[in-house]
Design a protein. Structure first.
Length: 370
C-alpha cells in the first residue's frame, strides 16, 4: 500500500512577524534580516522542495485536503476561542496567546493545517493509505483548548483524533511526540482520557519552562495515560533511540492503540537554533522505523506523522526526507550531507552511559520494565 503526503502551499503563507527568534521586537531587540519567529515557512517548504528534486514524490500519494470544519475544531476548542480567532483574523490579524501571531486569513490557514492532519488520519484508518505524513503548518502540539501558544493556533492532532472518533473509525489513539518541546497542549486536552495515550519526549525546561514533568501522569480515567520523558540537554542519537526502545515502545505495547500518531518535530536536530539536542537525519530515520515496527505489531501498520517544529532551514529537509524514505521504502534516497560531521559531534560514551542510567530510572519510575 501507499504512503500519503498531505501538504498545501497556503500553509506556507501563514505569517508571524515582529519577533527575532522568540524575542518580541522592541527595546534592545533589533529585527533580524530574515525576520520573524523561527517558525517560518522555509523550514517546511524546503523539505517539500527536496522531495520534488529527489523524485520521492513519484513514489508517494501527494494529496491536498479540505480545511477542518468549524464542527471539527469545536470538538477540541471552545466556540469562544474559535470566534475570537476568526474575528481577529478577518479584521487583519493579531495575536491571542503567547508567540502565536497571525496575519489576515490566519484562521483559514490554521483550519487547513488541521484539515491536512484530519484527512491523513481518516485515509490511514479507512485503509486507503498504509501510512501518511501531514506537512501541517502552523503546528499544533502546544495549543490548549482555549490558549494558543508556542507558534500553535489549533491542536491539529487532537482535531484529527476527535474527527476520527466521530466518524467511528477508531477507539484508542496513541500520540508519540518527539518534537523537542513538551506537547503541553495535547497533554492538557487528553489529560483525563483513558482512550488516548500521550507520550512526550522533550528537552527538559525548554518550552514551556514549567510543564512536562515525569510525575504528570494523567488524571481520573486518564491516570497512567500521559507519559512525560524530560531529557537533559545534549542527548543525541543513542539516547533518543534508547528512550524510544525502553520507554515509548513498551508503553505503546501495553496500551494497544488502534493507530499511532507521531507529533513529528525536527527541533531535536543538532542544528536547531532554539533547542540543544543532537539528533541527526539517521536518528529520525530510525525512530520512524521503531514506530513503524510498533504499528505493524500493534495496529496493522496504521501510522501517521504530523509535522510540528524544527527550525534549521538547512538541515530539516534532510531529516524529513529520511523519514519519508523510511515510511515509503522509496528507492529515491538522499544521503545526509552532514552525516560524518554530525556523527562525530555526538555525546561520548561516558555521557551516553549517564543518559542511559537516567533513561533507565525514568522507565522504572513510569512502571516500565525499561
Ligand atoms: Zn518544538
Amino acid at each position: 500500500m501507499t504512503t500519503g503526503f498531505f501538504w498545501d502551499e497556503k500553509c506556507f503563507w501563514h505569517a508571524g512577524g515582529n519577533y527575532a527568534l522568540t524575542l518580541p521586537l522592541g527595546g534592545f531587540v533589533q529585527p533580524l534580516a530574515a525576520g520573524g519567529l523561527p517558525e517560518n515557512p522555509e523550514t517546511k517548504r524546503r523539505m517539500k522542495n527536496l522531495m520534488e528534486v529527489s523524485g520521492i514524490v513519484d513514489d508517494l500519494s501527494m494529496r491536498h485536503a479540505d480545511p477542518a470544519t468549524w464542527q471539527d475544531m469545536a470538538r477540541v476548542h471552545p466556540e469562544t476561542y474559535l470566534t475570537a480567532f476568526k474575528e481577529m483574523s478577518d479584521a487583519g490579524g493579531g495575536e491571542l496567546g503567547l508567540r502565536t501571531p497571525f496575519a489576515k486569513g490566519g484562521f483559514e490557514i490554521a483550519a487547513l493545517s488541521a484539515g491536512l492532519a484530519k484527512a491523513a488520519l481518516l485515509a490511514v484508518l479507512r485503509g486507503d493509505l498504509q501510512n501518511a505524513y501531514a506537512l501541517s503548518r502552523p503546528p499544533g502540539h502546544h495549543c490548549l483548548p482555549d490558549w494558543p501558544n508556542g507558534f500553535c493556533l489549533l491542536n491539529n492532532i487532537a482535531i484529527a483524533i476527535e474527527s476520527a472518533r466521530a466518524a467511528g473509525l477508531a477507539q484508542r489513539f496513541a500520540v508519540v511526540d518527539w518534537d523537542v518541546h513538551h506537547g503541553n497542549g495535547t497533554e492538557a486536552i487528553f489529560y483525563d482520557r483513558g482512550d488516548v495515550l500521550t507520550i512526550s519526549l522533550h528537552q527538559e525546561a525548554n518550552y514551556p519552562l514549567d510543564t512536562g514533568a515525569i510525575t504528570d501522569r494523567g488524571r481520573g480515567a486518564g491516570e497512567g495515560c500521559n507519559l512525560n520523558v524530560p531529557l537533559p540537554s545534549g542527548v543525541g542519537h543513542v539516547g533518543y533511540l534508547e528512550a524510544m526502545e525502553r520507554i515509548v515502545l513498551p508503553a505503546l505495547a501495553a496500551f494497544k492503540p488502534d493507530v499511532i500518531i507521531v507529533a513529528c518535530g525536527f527541533d531535536a536536530g543538532i542544528f536547531d537554533p532554539i533547542a540543544r539536542q543532537l539528533c541527526t537525519a539517521e536518528t529520525f530515520r530510525l525512530m520512524t522505523r521503531q514506530v513503524m515496527q510498533a504499528a505493524d505489531a500493534l495496529c496493522g501498520g496504521r501510522l501517521l506523522l504530523v509535522h510540528e517544529g524544527g527550525y534549521s532551514e538547512a538541515y530539516v529537509p534532510f531529516c524529513g526526507h529520511a523519514v519519508m524514505e523510511e515510511l515509503s521504502g522509496s528507492p529515491h534516497t538522499v544521503p545526509d550531507p552532514m552525516a560524518d560531521t554530525v556523527a562525530k559531534r555526538q555525546p561520548n560514551a561516558r555521557m551516553n552511559a549517564v543518559f542511559s542510567d537516567m533513561i533507565g530510572e525514568m522507565a522504572a519510575e513510569l512502571g516500565l520494565a525499561g
